[in-house]
Ligand binder design. Structure first.
Ligand code: MN
Ligand code: MN
Length: 423
């Protein structure tokens, strides 16, 4: 949702300006305590409009500017270029099939994101994402509705489970699996995250395509299929296709052979039932990685809920780049890179954010509702450093020497990692 006041100001503005130079007055305004994010943005816009050099009398994409005011009128503290840190699933081509749809944000759309890729998919009630496998590990979170998933182990045991909103799954690379939309509602929608930048949802190994491209006499020799069975095999890929709802989970488990063929590895994680890892006045964080979800060996996640005005504190991650997905609300992020570069962008639901490896960043809730987003990492563990915690673990005189702040100011800085801080 767009801040109405901000939107009208942007739309009514006689000319739009990109803020090119940081004046000392603007820098002072940027450090003025107590301004709300939108008031600060208006201040930046006013400053930019009074700057003759940054005037922009020509054409503008006004809806896009209203969505991302920090991009066109950056805070005066922004500087230099760090490359793209924003994309949106709403810009990605949607592949619609009977039974659902899919679209993806990969390294093709967001070139710096070489470690992780996201796919947003919908399956209507009963519809399948076809039996398949692929080169990347697959992590997923249910965004809406219910689904049944299956995955086969190399030892021949099978895992079958049902997942609901907030639940996760993890399928290792090469392990064959399926997803089916369930009732009682109209199927489901979920986010898939793969640990390959150039992964493509359109290039997975499909069972239908394999049998269609195997000589029939081999299928007879290999699988005892007779001529009539071979004639009925699909001639083209199924990918996403409608089907009837399955029986109960217990019925399906019994139908495949019960306990004797059941996987000893748990490939789903009920995050919907998980207590927050961090719970402060600023919001909640749920961290899921190989320490509490052992199957998820290569992908770590944090689901962050920030209350209005709250911030995900200034921090960085030592072990991976960060791929973000925004589920709800409105926020902004500034990414800091050496030596003096910084870029601020605004994020809305269905947007993707990117933070280069070890780059400093914060995320602020700039809306009137909870901001909910995922921080995803190609890593076995979620790890982060807090700037506040770093400052407070050092002898105060060392901090004074570096930042020119006295001991009284230092003592006001939270000593422990807060993760989320109330506004
Ligand atoms: Mn898959
Ligand atoms: Mn982060």
């Amino acid at each position: 949702m767009i801040d109405k006041e901000k939107e009208s100001e942007l739309l009514e503005s006689p000319s739009r300006r990109s803020f090119l130079g940081a004046s000392s007055a603007a820098l002072a305004a940027a450090t003025f305590a107590g301004l709300t994010a939108s008031a600060q943005q208006r201040e930046n816009t006013r400053e930019a409009e009074s700057d003759h050099s940054s005037s922009d009398p020509g054409q503008e994409n006004m809806p896009l500017l209203a969505e991302n005011p920090d991009s066109n009128t950056p805070p005066p503290t922004d500087h230099g270029d760090i490359g793209p840190i924003w994309y949106s699933f709403d810009l990605a081509r949607k592949r619609v099939e009977e039974g659902g749809w899919t679209h993806q944000v990969t390294q093709r759309e967001l070139p710096p994101s070489t470690e992780l890729t996201g796919v947003n998919m919908r399956l209507t009630r009963g519809s399948f994402r076809e039996l398949h496998w692929h080169t990347a590990d697959e992590w997923a979170i249910m965004l809406n509705g219910n689904a049944r998933v299956t995955v086969l182990n190399p030892d021949g045991t099978i895992f079958i489970d049902d997942v609901s909103k907030g639940d996760l799954w993890f399928f290792p690379a090469g392990f064959p699996h399926s997803i089916q939309g369930l009732g009682p509602g109209d199927g489901c929608e979920f986010l898939l995250v793969f640990d390959e930048g150039m992964f493509s949802e359109d290039n997975t190994f499909l069972i239908s395509a394999w049998v269609a491209h195997t000589p029939p006499e081999i299928l007879t020799k290999n699988s005892n299929l007779d001529r009539s069975a071979i004639a009925r095999l699909p001639k083209d890929e199924l990918y996403i296709f409608p089907a009837d709802l399955p029986g109960s989970l217990a019925q399906d488990k019994a139908a495949v052979g019960g306990k004797s063929v059941e996987s000893s590895i748990q490939y789903t994680f009920k995050m919907s039932a998980m207590a927050p890892t961090v719970n402060t006045a600023g919001g909640e964080v749920r961290i899921v990685d190989s320490r509490n979800f052992p199957a998820s060996k290569s992908i770590a996640a944090a689901l962050v809920t920030l209350k209005p005005g709250g911030i995900r504190e200034l921090h960085w991650h030592p072990n991976a780049s960060e791929w973000q997905f925004y589920l709800a609300g409105k926020g902004r992020m500034t990414v800091f890179m050496p030596p003096t570069r910084a870029r601020t962008m605004d994020f809305n639901a269905n947007d993707v954010g990117y933070v280069p490896p070890v780059a400093g960043h914060y995320i602020e809730n700039t809306g009137n509702t909870d901001l909910v987003f995922l921080e995803m990492f190609k890593a076995d563990q979620y790890l982060d450093f807090s700037m506040n915690n770093w400052i407070r673990r050092l002898p105060p005189e060392m901090v004074t020497t570096h930042l020119n702040i006295d001991e009284a100011a230092i003592r006001k800085i939270p000593a422990e990692k807060q993760v989320v801080i109330a506004g």
